[in-house]
Ligand binder design. Structure first.
Ligand code: ADP
Ligand code: MG
Length: 777
């Protein structure tokens, strides 16, 4: 023990000396000066003394004030100066992988080090961490996985949970677990950081912890709502007075107008427009009524026009455009690149910023462009609080973000762009005032802003809880509903029950809510339970290779691109991969084709020609490897195997595996001469997304369609589907666990009866029992 302490002490001394000599170098001095200019620096002593006196400290401060990069460093530096550096272990969680990566890189640079020395990061699939890493940035998911195997976080001295204002599901879950852990680890410090001021909620949750607020400074930002922008760019707004051809709600129509109207008149045009759209009482507007105002329908022309206006009429400074998601960003980027002024790379540096971009791509965002070049960044809401782009002067805010919401009554997840909250809108505006007074253009009228909710609903209250419930069980945290009742804000009982029912239905939990064998395996795989099930059965049935492709394809952004202006071409390209009425099999063929092309160094051309995303293909490639090695760890794949088992192409077998995973995602196909229709038990008639290969078929000669996901927009739409036979559904749909299979067999029988085929039911149920026994063995 004495030897150990000596080694630690010596290493701590070294760490201190290295850091001191960096701070005395020229680069180090400049960096220190920059760091001292940040608002967080002024609160350094207050923060450190609060941490030493309390187990839980909550720090709030405006985005960019230095919470993420400075606070963990303050702790590390204090420990290093006190010659305890080698013994401290700080974990700082980030809600997104891209911020974990960019922040760790930045902090290492501030310390004059390379990543992997005292600072490292770990996200799924990637990480840099060395023997001397004492400050680790990771995603919240990574810390939760660690808790699976290391319940008391041995050796960790500080846990910092960043961006808690976002109220993601993982963060809320982590807080319950940490709250239980704190009394057992009295020397462990917990620091929560938030970009908004709602610290009281967290403080009372942890029973009165100290709150520190870092006062920030931003330059004033001038706010323009749609009314003002229209005037500047010479547009006017007129309402459609009737329901349009598609039976949609009323939208507004924009038209270029020759003589500009005066500002007050424009404002009244917008007001009129809103009034005629039945928004009778402004003060009583609800979020629902806002769905009538649709910035998306203004199209990209409007944004393009506004960007031109800024480039031509305003001073220098980067422009940050908030969009709803990756697809919008990429279509707008394509459009702007074709524009004579904005696409001219000697004058404009056009960049995208979203959660799934590569690290090399993201570094460009922070670089300052050459003189005379205007930087334009198209971003999702990750640029709202977690990533700070320094030189932004102009912000365009479309007012929406894609969020998953969950309708517990229909048990259907919806992924729709929805209105952001007032707090988000203000955050977006604040991004413009970091280096000088800025301008923010909200692409919606003021009265729409007035109707925004104050805060966003926490994710735990609006998404399905299946993975969360499995995690609770595998961490042996007791009854699911009891555990969740201890959350900061507990989800509805109905949502919890739905999740538990689903897990029972797929055989992950038994009647008493205990993990089954399958459930235990599922918690080892970091994918949705349904995808995990596919991997398991793929391994068991020796057809893992194609299954790895399907599962990784469903875990990344859709590899089949459908640019709006080339929709037909793209869909035709996808349908070449289709032979057996299956999007999943099309995916396998597309991937195989890409692998072959890669061998001849023609992967890029291949993707371009076939409307495939090369990033998705590469991501699939690395996910396949990761899943394979995880499966080897579970022992289901022979540990000595180095490659996935050889694939003999058997589309029926693959269909069965898909059915095993995606059940109860099943609908019946009713072929009627020229066309077919689809029905599920819960929703009645459902439709296919137009990019499904099955939507191009006139007829599907199978009775069932297994689908990956259904999404409620106006009607219920199915994404990614595979047609299967009766036998596949009957033998592979539902749970294969022995103890409770009777219940599920009844349910399967119910499906049969529902679709009027009782005659064969008994025979299949018999077969099914035998197969269950076989697989269980
Ligand atoms: P907060 O977490 O409070 O939002 P950060 O600690 O992320 O703030 O950032 C503090 C400051 O550090 C930012 O205002 C920015 O000036 C600078 N900064 C952060 N990341 C980078 C980076 N990758 N490159 C250059 N500067 C950065
Ligand atoms: Mg931060």
């Amino acid at each position: 023990k004495v030897m150990m302490e000596k080694v630690l002490w010596r290493r701590s001394m070294q760490l201190r000396d290295e850091q001191r000599s960096w701070q005395e170098s020229r680069g180090g001095r400049e960096m220190l000066e920059f760091r001292r200019s940040l608002p967080a620096y002024k609160e350094k002593d207050a923060v450190l003394s609060a941490i030493s006196q309390n187990q839980v400290v909550i720090i709030s401060g405006e985005t960019g004030c230095g919470k993420t990069t400075q606070i963990p460093q303050f702790i590390l530096e204090t420990e290093i100066e006190a010659i305890r550096g080698a013994a401290c272990n700080i974990i700082c969680t980030q809600p997104r992988r891209i911020s974990a990566m960019s922040v760790s890189e930045r902090v290492a640079a501030e310390r004059g080090e390379k990543l992997g020395e005292s600072v490292g990061y770990k996200v799924r699939l990637e990480g840099v961490k060395g023997r001397d890493t004492h400050l680790l940035f990771c995603t919240t998911g990574i810390l939760l996985r660690r808790l699976l195997v290391d319940r008391s976080l041995k050796g960790v001295s500080h846990v910092i949970v960043d961006e808690i204002h976002e109220r993601g599901m993982n963060e809320d879950f982590l807080l319950i677990v940490l709250k239980d852990l704190l009394p057992r680890r009295p020397e462990l410090k917990l620091i929560l950081m938030s970009a908004t001021l709602d610290a009281e909620l967290f403080a009372s949750y942890f029973g009165g912890s100290q709150i520190i607020h870092i006062p920030g400074f931003t330059y004033p930002v001038r706010t323009h709502f749609l009314e003002d922008i229209l005037e500047m760019t010479g547009y006017r707004l007129t309402p459609y007075n009737q329901i349009d051809d598609y039976g949609q709600e009323r939208m507004w129509k924009m038209s270029k107008q020759a003589p500009r109207k005066r500002k007050s008149q424009i404002a009244s045009v917008v007001e009129d427009a809103l009034k005629t759209a039945d928004l009778k009482d402004y003060s009583l507007q609800t979020r629902e009524s806002l769905s009538c105002w649709n910035p998306d329908s203004m199209g990209f022309n409007f944004i393009e026009n506004l960007l031109c206006y800024i480039c031509e009429n305003e001073g220098p400074g980067a422009i940050l455009v908030f969009m709803t998601g990756w697809d919008d960003i990429s279509s707008l980027k394509d459009k702007l690149q074709a524009h004579p002024r904005l696409g001219d790379s000697t004058r404009v540096l056009l960049l995208a910023c979203h959660g799934s971009m590569a690290s090399s791509e993201q570094r460009l965002i922070f670089d300052e462009p050459e003189d005379g070049v205007r930087k334009i960044v198209l971003a999702t809401n990750i640029a709202e609080t977690s990533i700070t782009i320094n030189d932004v002067v102009f912000v365009l805010d479309c007012g929406k973000a894609k969020e998953t919401s969950y309708d517990a009554l229909n048990n259907t997840p919806c992924l729709l762009p929805s209105w952001i909250s007032k707090v988000s809108s203000q955050q977006r505006r604040g991004r413009a005032g970091r280096v000088q007074p800025g301008e923010c253009y909200h692409l919606y009228p003021r009265c729409v802003f007035d109707a925004f909710v104050e805060y966003q609903l926490p994710e735990i209250l609006r998404t399905p809880l299946q993975s969360l419930c499995l995690q609770i069980k595998s961490l042996k945290l007791g009854s699911i509903s009891e555990f969740l009742s201890r959350a900061l804000q507990s989800p509805e009982l109905l949502a919890v029950q739905n999740a538990i029912e689903y897990l029972k239905l797929i055989g992950a939990l038994d009647e008493n809510e205990n993990l089954t064998v399958i459930g235990r395996y599922l918690t080892m795989l970091p994918v949705e339970p349904k995808l995990g099930k596919m991997l398991l059965i793929g391994a068991v049935l020796n057809c893992l290779d194609p299954v790895l492709t399907v599962v990784s394809g469903l875990s990344v952004r859709d590899p089949f691109l459908t640019p709006l202006d080339k929709k037909d071409l793209a869909e035709a390209a996808k349908s070449q991969f289709s032979r057996d009425y299956s999007d999943h099999l099309a995916l396998i063929r597309a991937y195989e084709g890409w692998k072959n092309a890669e061998r001849d160094y023609a992967g890029y051309d291949y993707c371009w020609k076939n409307f495939l995303s090369i990033q998705s293909m590469k991501a699939m490639d690395s996910l396949r490897k990761e899943f394979f090695s995880l499966l080897r760890d579970t022992g289901l794949v022979d540990a000595n195997t180095t490659s996935n088992n050889e694939w003999s192409y058997d589309e029926h077998l693959i269909g069965a595996v898909i059915c095993y995973g995606l059940y109860p995602g099943v609908c019946s196909i009713v072929n009627n001469g020229k066309s077919f229709s689809l029905k599920t038990m819960e929703d009645g008639q459902v439709l296919l997304y137009s990019n499904s290969v099955n939507s191009r078929e006139a007829k599907i000669p199978f009775p069932w369609l297994i689908f990956n996901e259904k999404i409620k927009v106006n009607s219920v739409f199915l994404r990614d589907s595979t047609a299967v036979t009766d036998s596949a559904l009957l033998l592979f749909g539902g749970s294969l666990s022995k103890g409770d299979s009777d219940g599920h067999l009844k349910m399967l029988g119910g499906y049969l009866e529902f679709f009027m085929k009782p005659a064969v039911a008994d025979m299949y149920l018999c077969l099914r029992r035998e197969l269950d026994d076989l697989i269980q063995d």
